[in-house]
Design a protein around this ligand. Sequence first.
Ligand code: F6R
Length: 241
Amino acid sequence: MQIVIRPSAEAVGEAAATLVAAAILKKENAVLGLATGSTMLPTYSSLQTLCQQGSISFSKVRTFNLDEYVGLAPDHINSYARFMRENLFDYINIDKSGTRLPNGLAGDVAKECHDYDALIAAAGGIDLQLLGIGHNGHIGFNEPGDAFEEGTHEVRLTESTLEANSRFFDNPDDQPRTAMTMGVGSIFRARSILLLATGKGKAEAVRDMVHGTISPKCQASILRLHPCTTIILDTDAAALL
Ligand code: F6R
């Protein structure tokens, strides 16, 4: 695990975008694993700039997002599908038919999860997986528990995650209680992993990921066993290392 510390969230985004750009320059049809959330915004903004300047092209890139809320349509204001369009896909030259997220409206959620894993495998697996980290150490929506889940699956969100994400929902009753997420196994199979964390609120989770016991109680801790993981932190998120 390589740890890089930058002075601000913007500088973290620039550093992360540089690594994503390098992956695309190395392989024009790279398969990217993408995340949503506030941490990703500076990275997505830097990627938009790099693409608009002509430094990189997403025309052959394919993407798989980590997760989606169960019950939200792709056009719902809080869906991750919409987040991705509004913060990245609408501003880069990507072929949207190659951008995938679990379908929040799938009638058979277990089948949707199974099919999602099959699509990732058919694409040849993920070259570079972007991750944020939850205050409780979650990656994707793999919440603290007794096991590391293998493939894409449905999860009941913990109170701490519901609380952290409630800021995006005007009406708390509209906030879904379950989501589909890639499993830790799916994440771990990515050839390289890039986890970003910014802000004081992530300092404890970052400390537990880097120095705590490798355990499903802190799902991100397993990344220490991955042969090609880079963590980029701002000084606040790195404060307890
Ligand atoms: C989102 C995701 C989550 C977030 C994490 C951090 O697709 O998978 O694991 O990365 O909850 O969210 P922010 O960046 O909003 O603090």
